[in-house]
Design a protein around this ligand. Structure first.
Ligand code: MLT
Length: 278
């Protein structure tokens, strides 16, 4: 079953657009996209999960895709609250939660504030540490550039780093598809997400408090959220499993969908810890 619509969350000031697929009886999984992308980046994973009987919810985070834009910093907490409201509205009480890059920042924030809602974490090409002061300055500068020049700034800055040189040479349609998604991102949405990411919290303090099955995936050639950041998260989370994917860069769910899918299905069979069951 597929439904594409805009949620009408009571009490929520942001109605996230989303896609919900899979049988009502399937175990709920929420997948959060990265910056400045939308829910379509999870298509290969969703297809595989739905075929296996899971119920998959893919929202567009605020300011991205078809979701509304707000003229206030899209902090990770605001984005996490939007997701929780949508989950409430759809009756997703406890769910598995996956996040790619910025979506991973949001997933960690959601776990930090509502650990009881999350049955497992899938952290793909992301990191727990906040922006250092220089990175914050760079990000705010990027927000100014996007404001004045538009999304083309991000197409130029990010797409070459999403994929390995080999993929860029051999699979140009992947690049074109992703560029088109970026160009559709509302300018103000991208600006506010940059400002929100610049002020995100240090989630390294959260890692010892993560007590759900956690899978961490990273492309071996990821320059945006390098493997070292994933190794650090894996070290910090008790029982976490780390998969480093050779021949892949940042946007692994699109560049290496089969490898990400295999890792994801292993995550689904990871035993829950005693604390998670408690
Ligand atoms: C993303 O892919 O979501 C971004 O690279 C995250 C970031 O800029 O920190």
């Amino acid at each position: 079953m597929t439904s594409d619509k805009t949620a009408n969350g009571s009490g929520s000031d942001v109605e996230l657009a989303y896609t919900l697929q899979g049988p009502q009886s399937g175990s709920p999984i929420i997948l959060l996209h990265g910056f400045p992308l939308d829910r379509t980046m999870w298509k290969a994973q969703t297809d595989a999960l739905v075929a296996a009987g899971h119920r998959v919810l893919r929202p567009d985070l605020r300011g991205h895709g078809l979701s509304p834009v707000r003229t206030q910093a899209a902090t990770m907490d605001r984005m996490a609250q939007d997701v929780v409201r949508l989950a409430d509205q759809l009756g997703f009480d406890r769910f598995l939660l996956g996040g790619f890059s910025m979506g991973g920042y949001v997933a960690l924030q959601l776990y930090a504030t509502r650990p009881q809602r999350v049955r497992g974490l899938l952290l793909v090409d992301t990191r727990a540490e906040p922006d250092a002061p220089e990175a914050q300055t760079k990000r705010r500068g990027m927000a100014d550039q996007v404001r004045s020049r538009g999304l083309e700034v991000l197409v130029e800055a990010m797409v070459p780093r999403f994929f390995t040189p080999r993929t860029r040479a051999l699979q140009s349609t992947l690049l074109v598809d992703v560029e088109n998604v970026i160009r559709k991102t509302p300018r103000e949405g991208a600006v506010q997400a940059l400002l929100g990411m610049a002020e995100r919290s240090d989630q390294r303090v959260l890692l010892p408090r993560v007590h759900v099955p956690t899978l961490i995936v990273v492309g071996a050639q990821d320059e945006l959220t390098p493997p070292a950041a994933s190794h650090a998260m894996a070290k910090g989370i008790d029982g976490a499993v780390l998969n480093v994917l050779p021949g892949a860069a940042h946007l692994t769910p699109v560049e290496a969908p089969d490898a990400v899918n295999s890792a994801m299905f292993r995550w689904l069979t990871m035993p829950t810890t005693r604390t998670a069951l408690a």
